[in-house]
Design a protein around this ligand. Structure first.
Ligand code: 17E
Ligand code: FE2
Length: 413
C-alpha cells in the first residue's frame, strides 16, 4: 500500500510513502499531485500525514463510571478520589475490561495508537491491574498500551502500599507511579518518591508520577522527583504528570526549580481540561487556572505534552476520546495561541508524547519504522486546530484501522 499526495510536518512539497507489510519502506518526494495507480493507494489530498496520536495519560480503569454510585458534587480532586473508592469497592475483572476496551475504541476512533494508562493498585486484590494486563494483550491490534502501577490512595498512607506496588510491577506493570501530594505527611511524600524511584531503577521500569496535583504552593515534590531522576541518570525515563502546583509557585522559587528540572531531563504531562476543572476549587476570585507552566516548560527546551486523563469518571464528566479537543483547550488555557506555538502545536499530542512514552524508533514517519500513521484533514498544524479537523484514516501495522467520513453539510441559499 502507498500513501500519495502526503504533506509531512516541517518539510516542503508532497511525498509518496510506500508501505511494505508492517513497515514504512520508503518516502519519496513527488514533483506534482498524482492520481492513485494501485487500488489500495490512499490519497492524502495534500493534507498532513503524521504518526499516530498518543494518549500519554489516562485512567482506563475508571473511565465511564461517572455518577456510579454518586456524582462528584464539589468538583475537587479529593472528592473524586472518595467517589472512586466507592466505585472501586464494587468493581470486577469483567467490569474493568469492558469499560477499558470501550474507551480504547473511542481513542482509536480519534487516531490514537499509543496509550499510557494509570491503573489503581491500592486494592489488596489488584483487580484492575490483573484485568488491564489481559487487556494490554487483547488490544495489540488497536493500540500499544503501557500500564502504570498507580497508587491512588498512597504508597506510604495505604495499608501494604509498598508491597502492592512491588507486586504490581512483578505482575507486569511497565511504569511505576506515585502520588506524593496525597500522602498523609510531607515526609511520607518524600519517602514515597524515593521508594518508587528505587523500585523503577531495580526493575527497569519507566516512571510516571502524579506530582503536586494541587493548588497548594507548598506542594514541592517535583524537586524531589527531579533530583532523584538526575542523581540516578534516569531523567528521560521519568515523567511528572500534572504538576499543577507549579501554577501557584512564586517566580523566585520557580526560576531555581527550572534549573534543576532542566538538568534532570524529565518529561511533563499536562491534562488541561482536567486541571481547569479540578483545580481552582478553593479559590473565589481572582481564581487560578490550576495548570502547570506548559508554555514556559516548552520554551525552556524541556519536553511537555497533553493528555486527556479522564473520560466520564469521578473526576471529569465529559470526554469522547478526541485528543485534538484537549489540544485546542490546552492552547487556550496555557496562552499558547501565538503564531509560533500554532505552527508546531501538533508536537504536543504526537512527538513530545512519544518521547514521554520512550517510544524511540517505534514511532515516526521514517523508512524502516512501523507502518503506523494518520491521514489528517488539514495541511498544517495551525489549520488543523483552527478548522477543528480530524484524523480521517488511521493505518496500523500497514492496514487501515479506522476511516472517518466527515460530516456533510447541505446549504440551500
Ligand atoms: N486520580 C488522580 O489522582 N488524579 C486525577 N486527575 C485522576 C485520577 C483522573
Ligand atoms: Fe491522572
Amino acid at each position: 500500500m502507498n500513501i500519495i499526495n502526503a504533506r509531512l510536518r516541517g518539510k516542503a512539497g508532497l511525498f509518496r510513502i510506500e508501505l511494505q507489510g508492517d513497515r514504512i519502506a520508503a518516502i519519496e518526494p513527488q514533483a506534482d499531485v498524482v492520481a492513485g495507480s494501485a487500488v489500495d493507494d490512499l490519497d492524502a489530498q495534500q493534507n498532513l500525514v503524521v504518526p499516530p496520536f498518543v494518549e500519554p495519560h489516562i485512567h482506563l480503569d475508571a473511565t465511564l463510571t461517572a455518577g456510579e454510585p454518586k456524582w462528584n458534587m464539589s468538583g475537587t480532586l479529593f472528592e473524586g478520589i472518595e467517589r472512586w473508592a466507592e466505585r472501586k469497592a464494587i468493581t470486577t475483572h469483567d467490569d474493568i475490561k469492558t469499560r477499558a476496551k470501550k474507551t480504547i475504541g473511542m481513542l482509536v476512533d480519534h487516531g490514537i495508537q499509543h496509550v499510557r494508562t494509570h491503573v489503581d493498585v491500592t486494592d489488596p486484590k489488584l483487580t484492575a491491574l490483573k484485568a488491564m494486563v489481559e487487556v494490554r494483550d487483547e488490544v495489540r491490534d488497536l493500540v500499544d498500551l503501557q500500564i502504570v502501577a498507580f497508587p491512588q490512595e498512597g504508597i506510604e498512607s495505604y495499608a501494604n502500599g509498598r508491597a502492592l506496588m512491588t507486586e504490581a510491577v512483578a505482575m507486569g506493570a511497565d511504569v511505576v507511579g506515585g502520588i506524593p501530594h496525597f500522602e498523609n505527611t510531607r515526609d511520607q511524600g518524600v519517602s514515597s518518591v524515593k521508594f518508587l524511584m528505587e523500585l523503577a531503577e531495580r526493575t527497569g521500569c519507566l516512571v510516571d508520577v502524579h506530582c503536586d496535583e494541587t493548588d497548594d504552593p507548598q506542594s514541592r515534590f517535583l524537586e524531589v522527583l527531579a533530583e532523584e531522576a538526575r542523581v540516578r541518570g534516569m531523567g528521560a525515563r521519568v515523567t511528572a504528570s500534572h504538576t499543577t502546583a507549579m501554577g501557584s509557585y512564586d517566580n523566585a522559587y520557580c526560576s531555581k526549580l527550572f534549573r534543576l528540572l532542566k538538568m534532570s531531563g524529565i518529561n511533563f504531562v499536562s491534562c488541561p481540561t482536567e486541571s481547569i476543572h479540578l483545580q481552582g476549587r478553593f479559590d473565589t476570585y481572582p481564581k487560578r487556572r490550576g495548570l502547570t507552566r506548559v508554555a514556559e516548560i516548552d520554551r525552556a527546551g524541556m519536553n511537555v505534552c497533553f493528555g486527556q486523563d479522564s473520560i466520564v469518571d469521578p473526576w471529569y464528566p465529559l470526554g469522547n476520546g478526541n485528543i485534538l479537543r484537549i489540544l485546542e483547550a490546552g492552547l487556550h488555557i496555557c496562552h499558547m495561541l501565538g503564531y509560533e506555538d500554532l505552527q508546531r502545536c501538533l508536537d504536543l499530542i504526537t512527538d513530545n508524547s512519544a518521547r514521554t512514552l520512550n517510544l524511540g524508533e517505534r514511532y515516526g514517519i521514517e523508512a524502516g519504522r512501523p507502518a503506523n500513521l494518520l491521514l489528517l484533514s488539514a495541511a498544517d498544524d495551525y489549520e488543523m486546530v483552527r478548522s477543528q479537523g480530524h484524523a480521517l484514516v488511521s493505518v496500523r501495522h500497514g492496514k487501515v484501522l479506522m476511516r472517518r467520513t466527515p460530516a456533510q453539510i447541505e446549504r440551500f441559499a
